[in-house]
Every structure is written in C-alpha cells, then in structure tokens.
Write a protein that binds this ligand. Structure first.
Ligand SMILES: [Zn+2]
Length: 233
C-alpha cells in the first residue's frame, strides 16, 4: 500500500492511501495526524469535501495525542523558512518579517490552548509562509529562466498541498507556497520542471532530455529525492 502525505493548513499532515477494495472515503484519527483511505478514482474535490466535513473532529481526536501545539515556545525552522513566536509589549498580534524569518508577536497573557486559537495560529503560519514565498519564489523563477534561457508569461502562487507547480499552455506558471519549505535544490528542480514545460508541454523523452540539460543530468535523481521528501509543517 502506498501512502502520500498531503499538507493541510488547518490539520497539518494528512496521510492518504488508495485502497482498490475501498468502497467509499474513510477518515481515521491516528496518533497526531488524520489518515484518509480512498477508493480508486476519487476526485480531489470529493477528497477536499470529506476533509472539510470530518476534518475538525478527527483533527481534535488525533491531536489529543501528539500533534504539536503552537504556543510561545513553538519554533518551525527549515533552510528557507522559520516561524517562531515572541511575547511583545503591545496589546495586539502581528508578524515581524526578516528575510526567511517570520516572528509572530503576541501580547502578554495570551492563552494558546483553545482549539480556535490553535487553528488560527496554523492559518497565521500559512499567511507568514505565503508572504515569505511571494518574496522569494518569483524572484528565483526569474533568475532560473534567465540563466537557462526560458521564456514564461507570468507567475502566480497557490496554496496547493498536492501540487508543487504547474504550467499552462500560455506559459503561465503557478508555484505552491510550500516550495518555500523545500531545500533550494528541490525547489529549483520544480521550477525548472515548469520552465521546461514552456518548451515541451508533456513528459516525453524530449522533455526529460531538456530537464537533464538544465540539471547536470540529475533530473531522475532529483525527481526521486523530491518524491521522498517530507516537510514537517
Ligand atoms: Zn510536468
């Protein structure tokens, strides 16, 4: 049985598996995460609807065990995105940005432990990630396109957990903000992949040849590395 991990802004990691014998979508609370079993051929929309409907309850159940609580001591740290909290002197909440670092400032006597607060903090964390990503990903894409002589029409960011990037036939590239959580060489791989689609709109041998040209012949290796990479967000 193969598992995939979907990153959800409210419920963290959701483990997804496809079971050919399943007749319907089944959601379970596991220790610290939600697990979803899908029958073959389920659409993304049906999956999202099931998570929207049952997610909150299952998330609360799973969290009763080990899901990390975001409070004053919380810190998320990866190569290109950090999120931490710090007590401030003012009476309101705000985020301070410094390069890859986002510090969430909270007033004295903040109570972190309600369910609503935890869900809100997870959304705040995504907001911070989106901001850092919007300052970095388009710039990096531009750099890579110049370096390897690609031409794209425009770039936008998405909050997709299941798709790192895409490229339309008009050369509009969409990048997931979660690329900001990857090590740079893997984020570059995704961007180069989408840039190659501005030349080859498919995954033909010619596409992979082009990918090899821009990755020193490492496209297969990088693809594999990306597939097995897990972010802990
Ligand atoms: Zn592709």
């Amino acid at each position: 049985m193969q598992y995939n991990v979907v990153e959800h802004p409210l419920y963290g990691k959701i483990r997804v598996k496809v079971n050919p014998r399943a007749r319907r979508i089944i959601l379970r609370a596991r220790e610290g995460f939600i697990e979803v079993t899908l029958p073959p051929g389920v659409t993304r929309k049906a999956f999202d609807a099931a998570v929207d409907k049952y997610g909150a309850k299952l998330w609360a159940l799973s969290r009763a065990t080990t899901l990390e609580v975001i409070d004053g001591t919380y810190k998320y740290e990866s190569e290109r995105f950090c999120f931490c909290l710090s007590e401030g002197e003012k009476r309101d909440f705000f985020i301070r940005y410094d390069g890859f670092r986002a510090t969430f400032i909270y007033p004295q006597n903040t109570d972190f432990h309600s369910e609503e607060m935890q869900q809100w903090l997870r959304r705040v964390r995504v907001t911070a990630l989106r901001r850092v990503a919007s300052e970095n990903l388009p710039r990096r894409l531009d750099y890579l396109s110049r370096r390897f002589n690609f031409c794209y029409n425009g770039v936008s960011l998405s909050d997709s957990h299941s798709r790192w990037g895409s490229c339309s036939s008009r050369g509009n590239i969409s990048l997931s903000i979660y690329l900001q959580l990857l090590p740079e060489h893997l984020a570059d791989y995704v961007m180069l992949h989408e840039l190659c689609h501005t030349v080859e709109m498919n995954h033909s041998p010619r596409f992979w040849e082009l990918m090899d040209n821009v990755t020193d012949g490492k496209s297969k290796q990088l693809r594999h590395e990306l597939k097995s990479y897990r972010t802990s967000f």
